[in-house]
Design a protein around this ligand. Sequence first.
Ligand SMILES: NC(=O)c1ccc[n+]([C@@H]2O[C@H](COP(=O)([O-])OP(=O)(O)OC[C@H]3O[C@@H](n4cnc5c(N)ncnc54)[C@H](OP(=O)(O)O)[C@@H]3O)[C@@H](O)[C@H]2O)c1
Length: 342
Amino acid sequence: MLKKDRYHVAVMGATGAVGQEMVSILEERKFPIERLSLFASERSAGTTIPFNGSDIIVGKLTPDVFSGIDIVLGATGADLSREMTPHAVSAGCVVIDNSSAYRMDPTVPLVVPEVNGEAIALHRGIIANPNCSTAQLVVALKPLHDAARLQRVVVTTFQSVSGTGKEAMDELVDQTRALLSFKEVACRVYKEQIAFNCIVNWEADPITGFTEEETKIIGETRKILGVLDLPVTATTIRVPVLRAHGESVNIECEKKLTANEARAVLSTAPGVVVFDDPGRGIYPTPLMAAGRDEVYIGRIREDSSVANGLHLWVVADNLRKGAALNAIQIAEHLIGSVGHGE
Ligand SMILES: NC(=O)c1ccc[n+]([C@@H]2O[C@H](COP(=O)([O-])OP(=O)(O)OC[C@H]3O[C@@H](n4cnc5c(N)ncnc54)[C@H](OP(=O)(O)O)[C@@H]3O)[C@@H](O)[C@H]2O)c1
């Protein structure tokens, strides 16, 4: 991609939970934009989204919209990304895709800039963003891996409904309102009621029982950390929280790290805030992480049930570090300007 002062940027899926967050982060971080083009389905074509003091009209996404665009931020589902991304690449755009379409393609870099930003330079037109749960996990794991060599990772997620998109956020609010008014609950996005419940809403492999989300976390974590045989296992749970995912993470390392040593390592790591004071009841929650850029880590404890074990509680906003912010940080590295916050 040619170096320019300002870029023509497009968001595919601009009206969704991730797409809308991308538009506001581009404005917040003063990304050097010459022109912003916004695309979504026919349903939203003609609606407007505010950006830098003007209203941008959303266009219908079709294969012929990409001419003249430098960077495409992808925020649609994987099938649509598979259909549209090749057209964007043929038109000369670099696509930073949030869907799962290209993440495990060996020719596509899968990037979290704090962890493997150097992989951006290897792109051939597509750069993939990881799954939201993976993004915050690797930000926490990388500094510990560098300090003590990970031997095994066990993660259990507590994932907010915004991870499923804007309709799931509406469903949680609608169900909660209905239940508190003693009315019937409608399930449109999830098969089971999410309000006042915890569910497993992903397809599971009939043989292994692992969900798609668990499989993604395992494969993507290994790819981003560059340790393809790292023993990683995951359990994913959807909880009735609107925004920000929590993760209980248990690790075993080659070298012993005390809880205080782990706090010291993490407190200087990029993108991390250690928020951990057990004596004063201080630990991160999804509510405090919502709308923020950093990955918050607390409940750091030595796990004496294994050699060199540690427990962590890792919380981050899935729409920001888990998706839109990470994509825009990749774009900032791509154009060689590192935005504020880094
Ligand atoms: N949510 C997260 O935390 C998160 C994190 C990481 C990655 N991701 C991934 O990011 C992608 C977007 O997720 P999301 O949560 O933002 O989903 P979402 O809220 O459901 O938004 C989907 C977007 O795709 C558009 N779209 C749907 N069908 C279309 C069509 N036929 N033509 C053009 N546009 C179409 C929608 O437009 P309309 O409004 O017009 O329907 C909307 O803008 C997904 O691949 C998801 O897996 C999400």
